[in-house]
Design a protein around this ligand. Structure first.
Ligand code: CTP
Length: 397
């Protein structure tokens, strides 16, 4: 899958730079061509000689090196790549990218490219948790930059938390999905997934039984057909698929905001089990059993994300796909829901407890469109996802 692909690898100055050496080896084993770019800070962690020996290529370091420019100008360097990978992506590199700075070779390449960019962030936990990094990450994601990791664990600085660079096999998987060729290449598809959590107080919330498995499988299948996927997910039981742009949210209102902040999409699949209501009198502090009686919760309806997108006057995705989780009169309810919400297709399923579908690994769905109702046999959620992705690809071409 990676054979013959050209990867421009930008190695930033972080302790995880040593993993970049292994990344180069593993990419070469898969017959990818790697051109390394080493930042000034990166040189403090790995030597140009090691990178060049492992990649069997010249290592580029300097924006104003006339010999380098004569061999391959910096603009050409980014144009020649199939994918740009930044590993490790330090807080500084992310800030430069988000701000559009171009004051060294790495940042200039990143600004001058129209190719896809995948970053593997790596930094101290407090730098990762800092609101500035959070803002930069959100900007990069909405610019379409792919992100793998970081993972949570022990850090070189002796602390524990999120900020460790993703492991090499995870980065390779993300690279493979980003480079996946297929009928959906060049298409941006938005997928919502998982349950939402609606707070009652700082420690309690209202949720539902959705595991996020079906939405996750759909996002993975779409990426596998080459789509650029923005994956907006509530707190799911399963990890997100590789090679998609993950946006984590908790509540329905945050999910709507994330969907509206995403780049214009060619298609959108709303697989999330969005809570219908949120608690309007949610407490800022924990509700206590203080003898004053039982608490009374007041509710307001959540925004309908699917209906909001379906009704968009400008920039509406060409294909909007909703789900209808029903427990009785599945097809009739789903058909009515499709009209009510204004979406193009509805994937209906029976989620009565005896089906074991909610939270299980299988699904039995009916695809309802203008063409009528098409019932698929019971199959795994992965198979449903692949079949749906295939149908979406056919509809988009
Ligand atoms: N949906 C949404 N936003 C909401 C509620 C639902 O985007 N606030 C989407 C779901 O992601 C799904 C579809 O709408 O694609 C149908 O969800 P479902 O829960 O079956 O429908 P409801 O609107 O909740 O209808 P009802 O409770 O009457 O069955």
């Amino acid at each position: 899958m990676l054979a013959g692909k050209h990867i421009l690898l930008i190695v930033g100055g972080g302790i995880a730079a040593f993993k970049a050496l292994d990344l180069v080896r593993r990419l070469r084993e898969r017959e990818a061509q790697v051109t390394p770019v080493l930042t000034k800070a990166g040189v403090e962690f790995v030597t140009p000689l090691s990178l060049s020996a492992l990649s069997a290529a010249k290592v580029y370091q300097d924006l104003f090196n006339l010999t380098d420019e004569a061999e391959m100008g910096h603009i050409e360097l980014s144009r020649a790549a199939d994918l740009i990978v930044v590993a490790p992506a330090t807080a500084d590199l992310m800030a430069k990218m988000a701000g559009g700075l171009a004051n060294d070779l790495a940042s200039t390449l990143l600004l001058a490219t129209d190719k896809r960019v995948l970053i593997a962030p790596s930094m101290n936990v407090r730098m990762w948790d800092h609101p500035a990094t959070g803002r930069n990450l959100a900007t990069l994601k909405s610019d379409g930059v792919l992100v793998v990791g970081p993972n949570e664990g022990d850090m070189a600085c002796g602390e524990y938390g999120p900020g460790r660079m993703a492991e090499v096999p995870e980065i390779i998987d993300a690279i493979a999905s980003a480079l996946a060729d297929g009928p959906l290449k060049g298409r941006h598809i938005l997928v919502t997934s998982g349950p939402t959590h609606e707070p009652i107080d700082p420690v309690r919330y209202i949720a539902n039984r959705s595991s996020g498995a079906q939405g996750t499988a759909i996002a993975g299948a779409l990426a596998g057909l080459g789509a650029d996927v923005t994956f907006v997910t509530g707190p799911a039981d399963v990890p997100p698929p590789a090679g998609v742009n993950v946006v984590n949210v908790q509540t329905a209102r945050q999910m709507l905001e994330a969907v509206q902040a995403a780049r214009a999409a060619d298609a959108a699949v709303f697989a999330a089990a969005v809570a219908d209501w949120h608690v309007t009198n949610a407490g800022d502090s924990k509700i206590k059993k203080d003898g004053s009686g039982l608490p009374t919760l007041e509710f307001a309806e959540n925004p309908d994300i699917l209906a909001t997108v379906s009704e968009m006057k400008e920039g509406r995705p060409k294909l909007v796909v909703g789900f209808a989780a029903e427990t009785d009169d599945v097809i009739a309810h789903a058909t009515a829901k499709r009209v009510r919400k204004g979406c193009d297709w509805i994937v209906a399923n029976d989620v009565s407890p005896e089906t074991g579908i909610m939270g299980g690994s299988e699904n039995a769905v009916t695809l309802i469109s203008d063409a009528g109702a098409d019932s698929w046999p019971r199959m795994t959620k992965d198979q449903v996802a692949r079949q749906l992705a295939q149908r979406i690809a056919e509809a988009m071409t």
